[in-house]
Write a protein that binds this ligand. Structure first.
Ligand SMILES: [Zn+2]
Length: 108
């Protein structure tokens, strides 16, 4: 079961949406995870299970994109062993750690 996430930065107001995880038929092959393209610095959502060059992309389960301090409301957003924080993530727009993910709904 995957998730649809809404993402919003509380510093600059940047918003986006992304899927997270896979669905019940293809989860062994497809697991979508948001990240940052290291070259363009843009927000991307890629299949985590494909081979990615760590020089090209960093995913939001990486501590590089996680803020060092977390708000008291922080929740773990998890799919399998991929663990992200809901709060205080790196914002692709303003580069501050005020980017928050919120679960909008679950997908099959
Ligand atoms: Zn921002």
């Amino acid at each position: 079961m995957g998730l649809l996430l809404g993402a919003k930065c509380f510093s600059c107001g940047y918003t986006n949406k992304c899927s997270f995880g896979g669905n019940m038929f293809t989860y062994t092959k497809i697991c979508m995870v948001p990240g940052i393209d290291k070259k363009t610095k843009k927000f991307v959502v890629l299949n985590y299970l494909e081979k990615h060059n760590p020089l090209d992309v960093v995913f939001y389960n990486n501590k590089e994109l996680k803020g060092k301090t977390l708000s008291f409301r922080n929740e773990k957003i998890q799919f399998g062993d991929i663990l992200m924080n809901s709060d205080n993530n790196f914002c692709p727009n303003c580069k501050e750690y005020f980017f928050h993910f919120k679960i909008l709904y679950y997908t099959d």
